[in-house]
Design a protein around this ligand. Structure first.
Ligand SMILES: [Zn+2]
Length: 300
């Protein structure tokens, strides 16, 4: 009951925080439910379930009217060799552009990985929070910004093969489909759908302090706790998220990043990371914080 009342209050404040016609909670959850359904068998790179997830994302990029920004339409296929298990994988990033209205050669890459770890021991690892949640927000943001373009360009990137070692983002920065020097910022989302304490972390402003002040202003108005950190090798290296997901590949190239994510929960990389454990009001509020951050940074 206590949880229900807290959720209701959060729901009311999220409603006031998000303006009409912005991020749609039902759409976020519909994306998560599809991507983390058993039919997709955990979306392991180079599997049928992964291809079905890719098809779902492509269909939406197309329906929303985004411009293809891959090598073959929206796709940026690549191959890589991995030793565990020993195999050459075929993978594909999915890239779509909303061209800027004033300075289109300045580009923000908005990203989330769509692969997960697949099946193990006959169990499907559905990966609802990791990272159907990030992809759901990516799609909602793509839909919103296609209708409401910003002065700078936005490149929406759904990475493959994150779970095999940030391979999709690594391939992109090595063979970028826009000049790397045009990319002013990477905003990466990985696990944004749930937290018992209603806390979302933003990592990156410690490395790039000029990003911090506007985020503080957005955080103050948010109905959830927006925290900063996990970006210095203190107190222990495991607390440092600088290279914990795809944004690390941008940081290696000296491109500023902001990573949005929650602290690990008991279902992290477990077969129980399911859609019914996502907290829709929290997830919607985080997506709204990210929308506001994009609005701020995507202009001169
Ligand atoms: Zn992840």
């Amino acid at each position: 009951m206590k949880y229900l009342i807290a959720s209701f209050l959060l729901l009311m404040s999220v409603g006031a925080f998000a303006q009409a016609n912005t991020i749609v909670a039902d759409s976020l959850m519909a994306h998560v439910r599809f991507l983390s359904s058993d039919a997709l068998k955990g979306r392991a790179t180079d599997s049928e379930g992964n291809a079905a997830a890719a098809a779902y994302i492509l269909q939406r990029f197309e329906n929303y009217g985004l411009m293809p920004a891959g090598k073959e339409g929206y796709r940026q296929p690549f191959q890589f060799y991995s030793r565990f298990p020993q195999k050459t994988y075929s993978a594909t990033n999915l890239l779509a552009m909303v061209k800027g209205t004033k300075a289109p050669d300045s580009v923000i890459v908005i990203s989330a990985h769509y692969d997960h770890v697949g099946e193990r021991g006959g169990e499907v690892y559905n990966g609802a929070d990791d990272n159907a949640s990030g992809v759901g927000a990516l799609l909602e943001l793509a839909r919103y910004f296609q209708a409401n373009p910003t002065p700078y360009s936005l490149l929406f990137a759904a990475w493959d093969a994150e779970e095999v070692g940030l391979r999709g983002a690594s391939h992109f920065v090595d063979e970028p489909t826009v000049p790397l020097e045009h990319i002013i910022l990477n905003i990466n989302m990985d696990m944004i759908g749930r937290n018992a304490k209603e806390q979302i972390y933003i990592c990156g402003a410690g490395h790039y302090p000029e990003l911090r002040a506007p985020l503080d202003r957005i955080a103050q108005k948010a109905p959830i706790q927006v925290r900063f950190g996990h970006e210095a090798p203190t107190p222990t290296r495991s607390d440092d998220w600088t290279y914990a997901s795809d944004h690390g590949e941008f940081h290696k190239k000296g491109i500023p990043f902001l990573y949005f994510g929650v602290e690990d929960h008991e279902d992290y990389h477990q077969p129980t990371d399911d859609a019914d454990r996502i907290i829709p009001v929290f997830y919607t509020a985080v997506s709204e914080v990210i929308r506001q951050a994009i609005l701020h940074f995507a202009k001169p």
